[in-house]
Design a binder for this molecule. Structure first.
Ligand code: ADP
Length: 250
């Protein structure tokens, strides 16, 4: 798998109603790293994430994935080439686990054998053997298992980058920790580049190579390793934000 980076260069997003969600964002996500975006609600994290696969079109500035300008690519093809995972996985309820995982390969008209091999490989990868789980329907799975199917589906075509918006938010806290650990191991093994939005600072600390702390308008207050952000908050904003989550002992 290619290891691709993501670059934002002076990116702005103004919604049609005049809301400026992201004012002037420049940010690099290095190949193979997990970058977590944290910050108060409404500060432009999801907008930032969704601009990468053009679910939201940037108003100005440049975003590249693996060096290629996203605006020079066909939006649908771009979207299919980038893994995207959200809180409520959005599995198709009337399709089996195997069919769900094969969603994008089917859209791309992969032949049956290739699809079958890939689905088996992916289900093994996320610890849900095809023989047991392939023919089940989403309602026959636990929340954590559904989330793992979501991971498998997002990885189906070996995307160079994976975008995740509160991916483990709907999983109960106990399962969430082990799922995070499993995901971290998988990401390392595959060398995936991940951009993740989370409001759970503990999740960011467990998963991230670097954390970007956002304030309103997609402004970056601090960017650094979890250790740097926790032990040396750059300013009062970061300190207050972390304190609200009990991430810093007073
Ligand atoms: P976050 O993910 O940090 O909670 P968002 O990116 O969702 O923030 O939102 C940033 C700002 O843009 C907020 O003020 C939000 O209300 C606004 N916003 C988000 N989506 C739209 C939209 N489709 N139209 C207008 N404003 C929007």
């Amino acid at each position: 798998m290619d290891h691709a980076g993501i670059t934002f260069d002076h990116v702005r997003k103004e919604y049609p109603d005049g809301t400026v969600a992201v004012e002037d964002l420049s940010l690099d996500v290095a190949p193979g790293e997990i970058m977590c975006l944290v910050g108060p609600s409404g500060c432009g994290k999801s907008t930032t994430l969704r601009m990468v696969n053009r679910l939201v079109e940037p108003t100005s500035g440049t975003i590249t994935v693996d060096g290629a300008d996203i605006m020079s690519q066909d939006a649908v093809q771009l979207r299919r080439s980038i893994g995207y995972m959200i809180q409520h996985v959005g599995l198709f309820p009337h399709r089996t686990v195997a069919q769900n995982v094969a969603t994008v390969p089917s859209l791309l008209r992969w032949d049956k054998d290739r699809k079958q091999r890939r689905v088996e490989e992916l289900l093994d990868l996320v610890g849900l053997p095809h023989s047991t789980y392939g023919a089940r329907y989403p309602h026959e799975l636990s929340g954590g298992e559904r989330q793992r199917v979501g991971v498998a589906r997002a990885l189906a075509i070996e995307p160079p980058v994976l975008l995740m918006d509160e991916p483990f938010g709907a999983v109960d806290p106990q399962r969430r920790r082990s799922l995070q650990q499993e995901f971290r191991d998988l990401q390392r093994q595959l060398g995936l580049t991940v951009m993740m939005v989370t409001h759970d600072i503990r999740e960011a600390v467990i998963l991230a190579d670097r954390i970007a702390v956002f304030s309103e308008g997609g402004a970056i207050e601090q960017i650094g390793t979890p250790d740097e952000v926790i032990t040396s908050p750059a300013n009062d904003f970061v300190e207050d934000f972390l304190a609200d989550f009990g991430a810093i002992a007073d």
